[in-house]
Design a protein around this ligand. Sequence first.
Ligand code: S3P
Length: 442
Amino acid sequence: MKYTLSSSKNVSGEISVPGDKSISQRAFLLNSIANGIAHVGNICVGDDKASILRCLRSLGVSIVEHSNCKITNSKECFEVYGRGRFGMLEPSEILFAGNSGTAMRLIVGLLSASPFSSQITGDESLIKRPMGRIIKPLSSMGADISSKNGDDFPPLSIQGKQLQGIKYEMPISSAQVKSCLMIAALHSEGKSEIIQPSLSRDHTERMMSAMGGDVAQEGLKVIVNPSDLTSKDISVPGDISSAAFWMVLGCIHPESKIKITNIGINSTRLGIIDVLKSMNANLYLENEREINNEPVADVIVKSSDLTNIEISGDLVPRIIDELPILALAACFAKGQTVVKDASELKFKESDRILATVEGLSSLGADIIATDDGFVVNGGKKLTGGHCFSHGDHRIAMTMAIAGIMAEGVTTITGAEAVDVSYPMFWDTLKILCDALDLHKNE
Ligand code: S3P
């Protein structure tokens, strides 16, 4: 599917975004292995939600949808009937995690410790994503996992085993790997210690402890002892990774004022706000509060004169999913922006170094790929053109925002990828952009 769009003179309004994708997936999974019944509301409504729900239901978890929930104060809510630790049932079919790396990696942690055999696969993109990073540490906990083609890529076959605790120094910073191991550790014999090279998102740590799990954080180390969880109602905060598209649009558009309400501002995810502020963004937070152990605020952003920045090291995991849209911000910043130490971008829903550089170059940006990131020389005008999503939701949305800023008409092929995390993206774009000329072609 293709979308075509062109620029808009004025961008303004108050909006909300879907619930955080990472928190939604953890809320479904951890409540599935907990004791009790939980309401999970304001979830991320994209295809990734459908993927994790499908897998958990195939494992025997009853998850019932209802509307207008007073407990989570949301229109769409899910009641998750926890089956307790070791309570999953042997699936009668191959589990299908769709496009979701988080769903696959977290569920494999659970399947490795569940007393039955199972198989899990994913879509065209997911079967190209590396699983050796979870297979290796899980195997040293005693897991029995094999990849169909012997190459550490899905499909995976798992024979559940009684696992042993692990002391593991992670070679890369990854919240998916950490969370996979934490879920396995809950089901293991003995203590586990997982040491991160730098801090990645800590939603699993927060949620597991709030549910009574024996979890402690000591700097970069996470310690997990086998323990039962108690179900917990969760109202998921708005996804900062989805809000990032509007934050950048607000900064780079010359006539803008956007308010985005109820955004999760967990410090392990705050890279985009810290970076935009260092780039001189006219952006501030209001109404800061805490909901279900996660900090939340409203974000206000206005037209800004951005300056360049260098991004590297420990900052990278805190902004990893926002680097494609940050590249667009850099196109409108004064000076040269450099992103380094971000080779993990190559292993996301697409090779995001290649997809970002190719997409923005096709609209005339001065951007080049490096081995572990990209370099952008700001100030070159964008002009309309043809670009491709590479089947990646964040690339499709980055190119749509670029299209709003480019002179002329921009066409995005594969724009349906947006549905993975943000099906209402186009409606919000129409709300914000004055007289938007947006067309959808099959
Ligand atoms: C996620 C972690 C990140 C991120 C992904 C979601 C998660 O990946 O890119 O979109 O929910 O744990 P890493 O595993 O590389 O940290």
